[in-house]
Write a protein that binds this ligand. Structure first.
Ligand code: GTP
Ligand code: MG
Length: 339
């Protein structure tokens, strides 16, 4: 499941970030606390470059505290200033502003030494879609100045907001990268709500999410949906998706769980079979609202495993390509021999 969702407003947003970087003193990079690795946009990272930054992991209320602790440590060791926040409730937001002020202390002191009375700080808030940038800005401002919404792509234009007299925040539109090739990362981003559901296969996405939850948070699905996790053997392969990085077994298992969730919630079509599309929408809504529990998706050991799977897939693709090239060469040489 390669995700390609890079509408015109994102290409424009990218330019906005580049152009405004020169105007700001510091960048607040907002990432998703449930996926502290996969939600960091490499394109944004390149744009920020050496500019001072505070790394913020938002939606911490939805993340698994055990995993959050690991990632806090991981990024601190890399020298980042890290804060976990809940921009909806406001938790941690003041800490971010304190971190911004601290990072800018030197600059402020220097300008005070030069005799200036006040220094205004300009900070730009950047991140993937739907991560909570506008909510964050609103919490700092103490009013609903920027429009927010529970879907990606709400903010379309940059917006400067005053946070009292000495700090200005620039809210920016969410930015993905043009082609998200890491299929596992793509699924985690989509599960978090950063990608429009219309551009992904929500059945496959749920198969990924539900099997992940079943292995790493045993009991969570049973508790939420009152289901028993079905045995894969009971699932009849309908040939729904054949090519997926999940592999046929995990896909079958995931779809069987999805079917069970759908059945438990009455997502049925005429004739009594489960409407998998509706079931998928319901499960995704539940996950995004934290109703299945505090569930993080970037487990360090899983990231390692996936790197192995990707390597194996690349290797398989390389072997396939070599065989194809050999067949082609063989065909050509036979054709030339005939001449
Ligand atoms: N649970 C939880 N929800 C949050 C948090 N921060 C934001 N939200 C919700 O997430 C959704 C997206 O918030 P926005 O502030 O619009 O996100 P954004 O990053 O500005 O999104 P775009 O402008 O589309 O890129 C909204 O429904 C918010 O209420 C948080 O820390 N925890
Ligand atoms: Mg926004």
């Amino acid at each position: 499941m390669t995700v390609q969702w890079y509408p015109g407003h994102m290409a424009k947003a990218r330019k906005t970030l580049e152009e405004n970087l020169k105007l700001v003193n510091i960048v607040i990079e907002l990432c998703d606390a449930r996926l502290p690795y996969s939600s960091r946009n490499p394109a944004i990272d390149r744009i920020i470059g050496k500019k001072p930054r505070v790394l913020v992991f938002n939606k911490a209320d939805l993340a698994d505290p055990v995993q959050s602790e690991y990632w806090m440590d991981y990024y601190k060791k890399q020298g980042f200033t890290v804060v976990f926040t809940d921009a909806k409730a406001g938790d941690g937001v003041k800490k971010v502003i304190a971190a911004v002020n601290k990072a800018m202390e030197e600059k402020v002191n220097r300008s005070l030494e030069r005799g200036r009375i006040a220094t205004t700080l300009y900070a730009m808030v950047v991140g993937i879609p739907n991560v909570g940038k506008s909510s964050f800005v609103n919490k700092v401002a103490g009013k609903a100045a920027a429009k927010t919404g529970d879907r990606p792509g709400v903010t379309r234009e940059k917006q400067w907001l005053s946070m009292g007299e000495d700090i200005y925040l620039l809210d920016t539109p969410g930015l993905l990268w043009p082609r998200i090739d890491n299929q596992f990362a793509a699924m985690r981003l989509a599960a978090s709500g950063a990608v429009k559901d219309e551009v992904v296969d929500t059945g496959e996405l749920c198969a990924f999410l539900l099997t992940f939850i079943d292995s790493h948070y045993p009991g969570a699905l049973e508790a939420r949906y009152g289901i028993k996790i079905p045995e894969t053997e009971e699932f009849e392969d309908t040939g729904y998706v054949t090519e997926t990085i999940l592999g046929a077994e995990r896909l079958a298992k995931g779809l069987a769980i999805l079917e069970a969730c759908g059945k438990a919630r009455g997502c049925l079509v005429k004739g009594g079979s489960v409407d998998l599309g509706r079931a998928a929408a319901l499960v995704l809504d539940d996950y995004r609202a934290g109703k299945i529990g505090k569930i993080s998706l970037d487990f360090p050991e899983v990231l390692d495993e996936e790197a192995d799977i990707s390597l194996r897939n690349e290797e398989a693709a390389r072997v396939k390509e070599e065989k194809r090239a050999a067949r082609k060469a063989n065909y050509r040489s036979r054709k030339n021999a005939k001449r």
